[in-house]
Design a protein around this ligand. Structure first.
Ligand code: IYR
Length: 218
């Protein structure tokens, strides 16, 4: 064990920081219309490092971030994702209630943004780890750990002025083969990353009020 003694802030400073951080995060929106302006590669690495500070079961950090800026691979990802989404939207794989739920988002099977963006990051969860001798290492709370890291990843990107979308083309198994990932990894979430297009629009969403998402028990 090592000492951990972060600076203790006074309550006024805490409120100032809390409000500023909330306001910044409240401005984040999932973006589906991107510009093809380039994004420096080192920014992506910095966001991955931040995501990787997430707590994880037994500190296994059971994730791999696969980054691609390859025109060819982005095209293959787009074509494969659209193939699956055509079955979802037009082939009747999405149940009626799901189609209705997506209506306000205006989504359909077309995913041109997967080619427009400078970077696509695919986050894989490691169902189990591989020890130095090649043996299987048990991972714990893999989904929870990956979910927290994904949240920190999108927060990091937003903080540096980049836009993304938590995109889960369904099913996502094609990404394992396409990106040449090993058997212990499963696609968790895909993140197209770039700047919003000049004419980007987003749904007019309202976020739930505090009383709708929090209760106090006395
Ligand atoms: N994966 C599909 C459908 C979709 C599902 C949910 I839940 C969303 O919040 C948005 C889309 C697609 O990407 O279009």
């Amino acid at each position: 064990m090592i000492p951990y003694i972060p600076e203790r802030l006074n309550a006024d400073e805490q409120r100032r920081r809390a409000l500023a951080f909330y306001q910044e995060m409240d401005e984040r929106r999932s973006v589906r219309f991107f510009s093809d302006d380039p994004v420096p590669r080192d920014l992506i690495d910095q966001a991955i490092l931040t995501a990787s500070t997430a707590p994880s079961g037994a500190h296994r950090q059971p994730w791999t971030f696969v980054v691609t800026g390859s025109v060819d691979i982005k095209r293959q990802i787009r074509l494969a994702a659209e193939e699956e989404e055509k079955v979802n939207y037009d082939g009747g794989r999405l149940p009626e209630h799901w189609r209705e739920a997506l209506e306000p988002l205006g989504t359909d099977w077309r995913k041109p943004f997967l080619e427009t963006v400078p970077w696509v990051v695919v986050m894989f969860e490691q169902r189990y780890g591989i020890g130095a001798d090649g043996s299987r290492v048990h991972n714990y709370y893999v989904k929870e750990s990956a979910g927290i890291a994904a949240g920190m990843f999108i927060a990091a990107l937003h903080h540096m002025g980049l836009a993304t979308l938590t995109h889960t083309p369904s099913p996502m198994a094609f990404l394992t083969t396409l990106l040449g990932r090993p058997e212990n990894e499963r696609p968790f979430c895909m993140f197209p990353i770039g700047y919003p297009a000049a004419d980007c629009v987003v749904p007019d969403l309202k976020r739930k009020a505090l009383a709708e998402v929090a209760v106090e028990v006395e």
